[in-house]
Design a protein around this ligand. Structure first.
Ligand code: AQP
Length: 330
C-alpha cells in the first residue's frame, strides 16, 4: 500500500533555534519512518521579510545540513529547496485567483508581521499563506505537522483545496493537521509569554542549534524567571515552565521527575543543569553539522536529487490544475 504523504518546511530566515528543532525537525525524523515525507527549505517564504542575499544562501545550506545532522535521511524522505521547484510559485498564482482578500486579511501572522513594517508592506507577506497552501497541495499531502501558530494557515489550505475542487472538479487532496505527540511551544528566554523566534532582535531570547556551549550557558543563566523560587510547572511561572519543557525534551525526563528532583533547590542549580542537557543534546548534531558543511558536494547532491523528485511529483498536480483552469497544454 502507498504510504501517506507528509509535507513540511522551515524558513532559512536566520540561524535555527531549539524552538525549530523541538517544534519541527525532531518530529520530522520520526515521521520519515512511516510516511512519504517532503521536507522543504522554504526560501520563497523567507523573502516575505527583508533578507541579505548572501546570508539567505548561507542559511539555506545551513538548514539542509541541520536537517541531515538531526537524522533526516535522503534515502527515506525528499529534502529540497523550494525555489528549485517551479510549481510552487506557479500554483500560487492560480490559487491567488480563488483566494479572498478578506480571508487573508484575517491571518494572525500577517497582522503581527505587518505591524513590524507598516510603511512598506509587501504583497508577498499578504499572500504568504497562499504559497504555503501551494506547497502542501502540490504533493497531494495527507498530513501536515503543524504547531499552534500554523493551524490557521493549514485551515486556509484546506479551504482553497475544497474551493478549487468544487469549482473545477476533484483535483487536490484536502490535508489534515498532524498533531504532535509533544506539542510544546518553546518560548523566548527573555519574554516567556512570546514564542522563541530566530528573528528576535534580542539574541538572549533564543538558543540556536549551532550555539557554542558557553553561549548556551550564558543565555540560560540570563533567562527570565520569577521571585517564587520553586521549580514548579504552572502558568504563574512561565519562564520556569519553559525551561522545564526544554529540560524535559533534551533529557527525556518527565515534568514530574524534574519537579521532584529540584524540590527545595534554587534556580541557580536548575539553570546550570538545563544548560548542560541542552549542550549535551546539541553536541552530536553540531558535530555532524560541521562534518557536513565540509562536504558541499554532498549537500549539493542531496538538494539536486531532492528537487528532481519534488519536481516530478509536483508537476503531476500542476499539469492537472492548468488543464482544469483552461490553459492550453505546452
Ligand atoms: N518557538 C517554537 N516552538 C515550537 N515550534 C516552533 N517553530 C518555530 N518556532 C517554534 C516551528 O518550526 C517550524 C518552522 O518554522 P519556520 O522557520 O518556517 O517559521 P516560524 O514558525 O516563523 O519560525 P521562527 O523561528 O519564528 O521564524 P521567524 O522568526 O523567521 O518568523 C514550524 O513548524 C514552527 O511551528
Amino acid at each position: 500500500m502507498d504510504k501517506k504523504v507528509v509535507f513540511s518546511g522551515v524558513q532559512p530566515s536566520g540561524g535555527l533555534t531549539i524552538g525549530n528543532y523541538i517544534g519541527a525537525i525532531k518530529n520530522f525524523v520520526g515521521l520519515q519512518e512511516k510516511y512519504n515525507c517532503y521536507y522543504c527549505i522554504v526560501d520563497l517564504h523567507a523573502i516575505t521579510v527583508p533578507q541579505i542575499p548572501k546570508d539567505l544562501r548561507k542559511n539555506t545550506l545551513e538548514v539542509l545540513a541541520i536537517y541531515l545532522a538531526s537524522g533526516l535521511d535522503p534515502e527515506k524522505c525528499t529534502l529540497f529547496i523550494q525555489s528549485h521547484v517551479n510549481a510552487h510559485a506557479e500554483l500560487t498564482w492560480v490559487l491567488n485567483s480563488i483566494s479572498y482578500m478578506g480571508q487573508l486579511n484575517r491571518m494572525t501572522q500577517f497582522k503581527e508581521k505587518s505591524k513590524k513594517s507598516e510603511e512598506n508592506l509587501n504583497a508577498a507577506l499578504f499572500t504568504y499563506p497562499v504559497l504555503m497552501a501551494s506547497d502542501i497541495l502540490l504533493y497531494q499531502t495527507d498530513f501536515v505537522p503543524v504547531g499552534e501558530d500554523q493551524k490557521q494557515h493549514l485551515e486556509l489550505a484546506r479551504d482553497l483545496a475544497e474551493r478549487f475542487n468544487n469549482k473545477y472538479s476533484e483535483t487536490f487532496k484536502v490535508p489534515e493537521p498532524l498533531i504532535q505527540e509533544f506539542g510544546a511551544k518553546i518560548m523566548s528566554l527573555q519574554e516567556p509569554e512570546n514564542k522563541m523566534s530566530k528573528s528576535d532582535q534580542n539574541e538572549n531570547g533564543y538558543i540556536l542549534i549551532l550555539d557554542k556551549p558557553d553561549a548556551i550557558r550564558r543565555k540560560v543563566k540570563r533567562a527570565v524567571t520569577d521571585s517564587i523560587g520553586e521549580v514548579r510547572y504552572n502558568d504563574e511561572q512561565l519562564g520556569i515552565k519553559n525551561l522545564m519543557n526544554i529540560y524535559s525534551v533534551f533529557s527525556g525526563d518527565s515534568i514530574e521527575e524534574i519537579e521532584n528532583r529540584y524540590q527545595g533547590i534554587g534556580y541557580g542549580k536548575f539553570k546550570e543543569d538545563v544548560a548542560e542537557v541542552v549542550v549535551q543534546g546539541l553536541a552530536p548534531i553540531q558535530e555532524r553539522y560541521n562534518d557536513l558543511m565540509k562536504n558541499k558536494d554532498y549537500l549539493e547532491k542531496v538538494y539536486k536529487e531532492g528537487s528532481e523528485k519534488a519536481n516530478y511529483a509536483s508537476m503531476k498536480t500542476l499539469r492537472k490544475v492548468y488543464k482544469k483552469v483552461g490553459f492550453i497544454q505546452r
